[in-house]
Design a binder for this molecule. Sequence first.
Ligand code: APR
Length: 174
Amino acid sequence: MLAAEQRIRLSRGDITTLEVDAIVNAANSSLLGGGGVDGAIHRAAGPELLAECRTIGGCPAGEARLTRGYRLPASYVIHTVGPVWHGGKAGEQEKLRSCYRSCLAIAQSRNFQSVAFPAIATGIYGFPRQQAAGIAVATASSHLAANEFPSLVVFVCFDPAMLETYQAVLGRDA
Ligand code: APR
């Protein structure tokens, strides 16, 4: 098994274009779509995704649910619901950690090779980017150190500033 560090990759761009086993959706608890990456994933996957989401009946913050990817190049979508940022004293950090853990647990249980994450909760939900990236990398690193699957975790950065944030957290130069 490769070291955790070697199984984490950074990607700049639109998560809906990635041909991986699963992409993670930063959804809301209804799982019925929204803006941001949620909107992009539903647009790219097509109406069957919403139809399957309707059968799930929602998802609490910190948990994750699996659906197929339909018209996406990714085979599956792992929907997770991040914490809305309320200043950092309402357990937001632990809730975000739980999002990453829940998604990785699904990937492991399904023996997924590759899983791509957006920067969960850092958009509409307002979680500070640096802190969120630190939680994402730390949680993924500890999962990968103890588990064979997924074999690859990709953090997808939608803008250059987010890429620099992840690079700084990973101690990787540009
Ligand atoms: N590919 C990759 N990353 C993206 C994309 C995309 N196509 N679109 C947006 N992002 C990035 C944003 O730049 C941000 O860094 O995803 C990150 C998460 O931002 P949001 O999509 O706003 O998600 P979040 O902050 O978790 O808020 C969730 O927004 O869309 C609604 O229904 C969703 O209510 C929920 C809330």
